[in-house]
Each structure stands twice: as C-alpha cells, then as structure tokens.
Design a protein around this ligand. Structure first.
Ligand code: CJB
Length: 838
C-alpha cells in the first residue's frame, strides 16, 4: 500500500494481506496459523499449515478479485457466462502461486519456517467436480478467460461429493465417497445474500394482467434455495480474477416453521434433506444418465440459479432487459444446461413481462451450444412424463418453441412428415422424450464442435439437418488446454529448459514455442532435454514405487501411457492386446532383443459400467503375470495407477514418452489429454480421431505414429457387416492372445472371468479392436524401433513440444470471443485500498 509522508512524498509499505516480500509472507502465514486455524506451530498439523498458507495466498487473490469485480461493475462490459454441470479445476494452491508469480518467494518463506512447499501443496484435497474431459475443459477455459482479461463467470454445481475416489482391491475398482469438503475449503466464499429460489413440480395457470394481457404463471409445489459459493479464478500474471460461482441447494428459510408448529419434526427434516440432496453428489458417468429425476433436478437447479443471477446483475446496472444479450453471453457446455433455453424464456416472459418475440430474440442471442460427443447413445433426452411433472411450465414453453419451429420447417419442406419428426424437439417414435440437443440448437445462435473432424461429423451426421437449415450457426472450436497448469505447474524442469532458450513469454503466447524448433538440431540441447525427461520420469517412478509397490526403470524403459476414463470406445483393451503380444514374444524367445517398456494406465470406470470395470481387472491381471514372470526380466512392466485425477495426472503427462490415443475413428470428439502429452514432449500413437488429426498436422506426419481405420473406413466396414471372427481366425497371433485370455491364463482359477470381454470382441466388437489390431501392432513395432535411436527420438520430442502452440486454451478462448461471444478484454488496474493519511 501507499503511505503519504508529511512532506508530500509517498512510500510503499508492505501490507500483510497483499505484500509479496519474504518477511511479509512469513508474517502473514504465522498470523493465519494463529488467528484463522487457532494453532501455534508446535501443535499444528500439516493441514493447519496448508490452510494457513492457502489463506495467505487467498488474501492476495482477493485484492485482484475485488478490483476485477469493481471494474466490471463500473465499466460497460460484456460478461461471458460458462454454464457447465462440471468444473474439474484441480488443486488451487500451486496454480495460484504460479499465476500470482510468487512461487519462489513462498517456497523460500515457508522454507524459512522449516516447511516444504511441495508437502503443503500435496495436502490439498482436489475438488473433483467433474468426470473428465468436459469438466476439465471448462476449468482450462476459465483460466484462459482470466488470463486474457475477459470478464467471465463460471456457473455450476457445488457438489458435496465429487467424483468418487478409486481404490484397486484385488485388481478391481472400488469406489469410495469423495469427502473433499471434510477439512474445509479455504478457496470459496459463500454469498448467502445472493441466494435465489428455484421451483420444482406443481402446475401452471393462465390469467390476465392489469393491461388485460394473457399471461401464464408457474405455481411450483416445492422450492429450493440456491446459495452461491464463489471461488476466484486468477489469470496468469494479470490482475484479472474472475468468479467460479457454484450453487449449493438448501431448504428455503421458511421450510420448517409450519412443520415444527404442527409437530411434524420428521416431515420438516425430510424436506430439508430432500432439498439438500440436489447438490449432494456428482453423477459419475461421462455420458448422460437416462431417466434419473435427481439429475434433471440438478441441471434445472443450477441453470435457474445462474440465469436469475445474471438477470439480477444486469438489472443492478441497467433498467431494462432489452439489451441483456449485449451484456451476457451464455455458453452451454454440452446439453446439460440446455433447459436454460426454456428457463430464460420463462423468466423473461412470466417474471419480467416480455412478449414472446422479444424474449425469444434475447434467448437466441444469449445462448450458444458446444457439442462434445458423437456417440448416439450420449445424446441427452428426458421422458416427457418426468420432464412435465418436474417442469410443467418449461414443457409448455418447449411445446410452443417446437410449434413455431416446426411451422417454419413445414414451409421449408412442405408435405414432408419425415422432416417434422426428424427436427421435432419431441421424440415421439415410441415413449415420448424431450430432445435436449434439439432444444440447444434451436435456442442458440451458435453451435460448435470441439475439433475439426468432430465438427465435420456433426455437420454430416449427428446434426446434419440443423446444419442444412442454419449453416451459418455452425463453427469449429478445437479444444485447448492451459499451459500454466499443464506445463509450468506440472513440469517445472521442462519450463525452465524452454525458458532458458527462448525466454518466458511463450507461457502467455504458446505459438512462441515454435522458436524452440532450431534447438532440436542442437546436440547439447537434446542432451539437456533427455536429462530433463529422465528426471521427471524418475519422479513418477518413485511415486509408482510408493503407491503400487512396483519398481520401474526411468532410465531405459519407454514410458507408454494411457490415462483417461475407461471406456470401450477408448480401447484400453487394445493396448492390453499389444502388451500380451509382446509378452508372448518373450515367452517364445526369452532372449529376444526387445525395447523395454513400462505400460502405465490410469482412469476411472463409471460404477455401473460392467465392461469398463472388467477392463480394469484385465489390466491388473495382466500386470500380475507380466511383472512377476522371471522370463520377462523386468523388460516389460504394467502399472495401473489408482485414483487417476488432476493431481496425479500432473505427474504423469510430463513423464510420458508415448501417448496412447487409440479410440475408434469417429468416436472421440476431441480429447485433451492428447494435447497435454504432446506439449510435454511425448510422441503420440493414435488413430485419425478427434484432435489427433490436428495434432498430427501440427507436429508433422513423420513425427506421429498413425495406425488404424479412418472414419469412413469404419462406417464402410460396419455397413458391409463387420465380422470380427474373420480377423480372429485369420490372424494366429491375435488368436493366441484372445485364447489365452479366454483360457484363464491371466485369471488362474477362474477361466470364465474375462469371457464377457472376449465374447464381446469376438461376436460384436462394436469398436473394431480386431480390425485395428494388426495395424496397431505394426505401428507399435515402429515405435520401438524409433525409440532405439534415442537421439532422434529426442529430436522428435522437442519438435512435438515446439509445434503444439495451437492447442493452448488461450487460442480457443480467443476464437470463442471473436466468433461467438463478441466479448473483449477489460484490463483491471490494481487500486490501493488503504490510503494512510499523513
Ligand atoms: N466428453 O468428458 C466428456 N463428457 C461428456 O459427457 C461428453 C464428452 C469429452 O469432452 C471433451 C472436451 O470437449 C472431449 O475432448 C472428449 O473427446 C469428450 O469425450
């Protein structure tokens, strides 16, 4: 802070809540331990120290956050509202230190207090408020929005229990409740005063208002209170801190009085529990959950809270909603928040008295929709009866939207009932459903896919009719990831090496990594790169030893890594077929000259996804055999890292040599792990799927291991009646591998254990593993040959990093801002809060 001196001069005085000096940080840290945790060092636990440090850092965030909010209030800004049922932000402490630019000072300060910063960082329970790619993307986007000074609010759900913790028992996944809030969460601030109420159920009635206009009102039979919890999201080396506003469901204030008065204690408590249930737990599926009422309640709850909040903010600055869409852009992260289209219509018409036409114009101008999947079974739909009983007014509005929309279709395609049923927001081919993707498309002015191939397939296939109708609404926005978390924080060794050559401006402008390219031909730099890689591999090896009790070799073994949700379309089991193939080569010829590999897996399976859980068991069973067979002599190791999450992933990406991106072509919308690997210098083995296509274009075909059927070949093979059995019977090596699994070689005493998996491959093989098997094996052999030439491998690794600039989430956010949101930067000046008088 600035202090004015009697002579009119000013001096800068360090403030304990904002200063960055070592002494100031130490004092603030001790103060927080004493006054917030109520502990003195002798009795403080590691968690107390962590909390004291977190509050020290939070104070420094708060200054930037409040300044940002004040700036947005004073200035005429457009706010991007990212509506997402998931935000997988990862631990905050380390990340905030990086973005504040005070990691070194804080390390020294806690060091001088006799503590180790990394130990404290490790104390943080990560908020697992997402399943995987979609939630993590939302987190990267929030970080990039702040880094580029774009006013933004992330709106979502404050789940009391996030994604389950995974333990592996006897090779099987066991799910443990994620009690992430149990020791408190220093990063959030509840804003009870900004609570809102959300209705559910009940009925609607029409009436005539004072001006004799026909109006409808909704009389819900239940009301839930939404309490916002705010977390600041700081940009990298900028003053902008935006808000992640997550809603917690509570019983409304009035809930219990009546019930208590009539003595219905249990009834009252019941109602409270019912209300709180809405934000109790994250559904642990990375695909939509059909038919679960609570899930629809969650979606509507957070969307209604958020839209009411946006309208409140707007009306605090303006006196009409006419220009709402000029001040807010609302992005629908998949269809999960798409009921917002109907809710905004209701709020504008029933609550704020707008007429349909104007409300509709505002709604369409406000919303934009990102699709994240091509799996047909993943397109969200809600049965009409469930939807109507929970949201009767919204169903009426959806009917009216549909009626008007289909009138247009009728004009465009006369006498074509097929078109009407194709486009309808209501699927009435059997049991009736509301089609959420149709609602999102109709209610938005922009629709995008998340990688070039994905967007093309949306236009050609999944949303073809809508593309023909409104080609101008469609665009591609290839996903990106934030280099701050995925390089600077996760891989300080790499960051330091890059920065030693090209300075540090690449961190905010990732295209600058290109200037590393010439160093790929510099032997000294290659050697330094190799040493760096060894060091980070050593760190992971150490963790694997600790967590799994498996010794792996970071020096000579190729770290071959597949980490992501477990799903048949992602084909972890294809990877396993390769491992067994290599194992069999060794068994036939124990002295074979083979490139040593460490196969590393990580990922959670949806608890009800039987096949995915069986794949985890298979990986662990193969690991058991391969890791303990003396013939193998440690040349192959298989590791399943339990509880794959953001924290663990930060250790994994930097240490990887080979990134497995092996989904069936046309199934993975984009992938974002693929980007994190390659940015950290891993080479990719992959199919032409999702963003792999663009990664390959960027790094160069010769620096990417491509295999497998292309999308059109997949379609063709399927339409010709794919028969996996033909591949099985004509390929002896493959047959041997599958027979071995069936025979119980990896499941002693239970030869039937993996039968469902093998049968599914032999008789259906929906994801064409057998068709891609040989191509995959041949490609893996090329990988091994390439790895023998370490020096050239290193050169390619450097080129991978150097050419990945496109995949920064900063670039993605710039594209959204320009093409969809019409939002621009609003730099934040830091104001001095305390002006001491002389
Ligand atoms: N995705 O994580 C999810 N959950 C869904 O329900 C649907 C899609 C993933 O989204 C990522 C971010 O766009 C994509 O990279 C990934 O391919 C997709 O599966």
């Amino acid at each position: 802070m600035i202090q004015n001196l009697p002579n009119g001069n000013q001096i800068h005085i360090e403030d304990d809540r904002t200063g960055f000096d070592i002494e100031t940080l130490k004092r603030a840290f001790s103060d927080n331990l004493f006054y917030i945790q109520g502990k003195f060092p002798e009795i403080a636990t590691k968690n107390d120290f962590y909390m004291a440090l977190a509050y020290t850092v939070r104070d420094r965030l708060l200054r930037r956050w409040l300044n940002s909010q004040q700036t947005y209030l004073k200035q005429d800004v457009k706010i991007v509202c990212y509506l997402s049922a998931e935000f997988l932000v990862g631990p905050h402490l380390g990340k905030n230190l990086i973005n504040l630019g005070i990691a070194d000072q804080v390390r020294q300060a806690v060091g001088e207090c006799g503590l180790n910063l990394d130990d404290l960082i490790e104390q943080e329970e990560e908020p697992g408020l997402g399943n995987g790619g979609l939630g993590r993307l939302a987190a990267c986007y929030m970080e990039s929005l702040a880094t580029q000074d774009i006013p933004a609010i992330g709106y979502g759900i404050r789940y009391e229990f996030g994604i389950f913790d995974q333990e592996i028992c006897d090779g099987w996944q066991v799910e443990i409740t994620d009690k992430w809030l149990r020791y408190g969460n220093p990063w959030e601030i509840p804003r009870t005063e900004a609570s809102v109420e959300v209705g559910l159920g009940g009925y609607t009635e029409s009436y005539y208002d004072e001006q004799n206009r026909y109006r409808v009102r909704w009389l819900p039979d239940r009301t839930i209170k939404g309490v916002p919890y705010d977390t600041p999201i700081l940009g990298y080396k900028t003053n902008t801190a935006n808000t992640l506003r997550l809603w917690k469901a509570e019983a409304p204030e009035s809930f219990n009085f009546q019930a208590f008065n009539v003595g219905d204690y249990y009834g009252a408590v019941n109602q409270k529990t019912y209300s709180e249930n809405i934000t109790k737990v994250l559904y642990p599926n990375d695909e939509p959950i059909q038919g679960k009422q609570l899930r629809l309640e969650q979606q509507f709850f957070f969307v209604s809270c958020s839209l009411q909040d946006m309208i409140r903010i707007h009306l605090s600055k303006e006196n009409s909603l006419d220009n709402f869409a000029d001040k807010f852009a609302a992005q629908l992260n998949d269809t999960h928040p798409s009921v917002g289209v109907a809710e905004l219509m209701r709020l504008l018409m029933d609550v704020h008295d707008l007429e349909w036409e104007q409300a509709w114009e505002i709604t369409q101008k406000t919303f934009a929709y990102t699709n994240h999947t091509l799996l047909p079974e993943a397109l969200e739909k809600w049965s009409l009866s469930l939807f109507g009983s929970l949201l009767p007014r919204h169903l009426e509005i959806i009917y009216e939207i549909n009626h008007r929309f289909l009138n247009g279709i009728r004009t465009l395609y006369p006498d074509n009932p097929g078109k009407l049923s194709y486009f309808s927001l209501i699927d009435d081919s059997g049991e009736k459903y509301v089609r959420m993707a149709h609602l999102a498309c109709v209610g938005s002015h922009a629709i995008n896919g998340v990688a070039e191939l994905h967007t093309e397939l949306l236009k050609k296939d999944v949303l073809r009719g809508f593309y023909e109708l409104w080609p101008q609404k469609f665009s591609n926005k290839t996903n990106g990831v934030t280099p701050r978390r995925w390089m600077v924080l996760s891989n300080p060794e790499l960051t330091q090496l890059i920065t030693s050559k090209i300075g540090d401006t690449w961190i905010k402008n990732l295209d600058e990594l290109r200037s590393l390219e010439p160093f790929a031909d510099d032997p000294a730099f290659r050697e330094a790169w190799r040493q760096m890689k060894k060091q980070v591999k050593g760190r992971l090896a150490h963790r694997i030893q600790q967590r799994c009790g498996i010794t792996v070799d970071p020096n000579y073994s190729l770290f071959d890594v597949q980490v992501k949700r477990i799903h048949e379309y992602k084909r972890q089991h294809l990877n396993v077929l390769h491992i067994i193939t290599l194992y069999n080569r060794i068994k036939k010829n124990p002295n074979i000259d083979i490139v040593p590999r460490t196969f590393i897996f990580g990922g959670k399976a949806a608890p009800s996804y039987f096949m995915a859980k069986l794949i985890i068991k298979l990986i662990n069973s193969v690991a058991e055999v391969v890791n303990n067979d003396p013939d193998v002599r440690g040349r192959l190791k298989v590791v399943f890292i339990p509880d794959y999450n953001v924290t663990n992933s930060q250790l994994v990406y930097p240490a990887s040599d080979l990134s497995e991106q092996i989904s069936t072509a046309g199934k993975e919308a984009s992938g974002t792990g693929n980007m994190k690997f390659s940015l950290n210098g891993a080479l990719t083995i992959g199919t032409l799927d999702g963003a792999n296509v663009e990664i390959r274009q960027q790094v160069g075909e010769e620096n990417f291991f491509l295999f497998g059927l292309k999308t059109d070949e997949v379609y063709q093979m399927k339409s010709q009646g794919y028969n996996p059995w033909e591949f099985y019977s004509s390929n002896g090596v493959l047959r041997e591998v599958l027979d071995q699994i069936s025979s119980g070689y990896f499941s002693p005493g239970d030869s039937n254990l993996f039968k469902p998996l093998v049968d599914s491959l032999l008789y259906h093989d929906e994801y064409l593993l057998l068709a891609d098997y040989q191509s995959y094996i041949d490609c893996q052999d090329r990988v091994s040959e390439a790895y023998r030439d370490w020096d050239n491998w290193t050169r390619i690794s450097i080129l991978n990093t150097a050419r990945m600039g496109k995949f920064s989430s900063d670039r993605a956010i710039r594209e959204y801002c320009q093409d969809i949101w019409n939002a621009s930067s609003v730099p934040v000046e830091l104001e001095e809060y305390v002006q001491a008088k002389a």
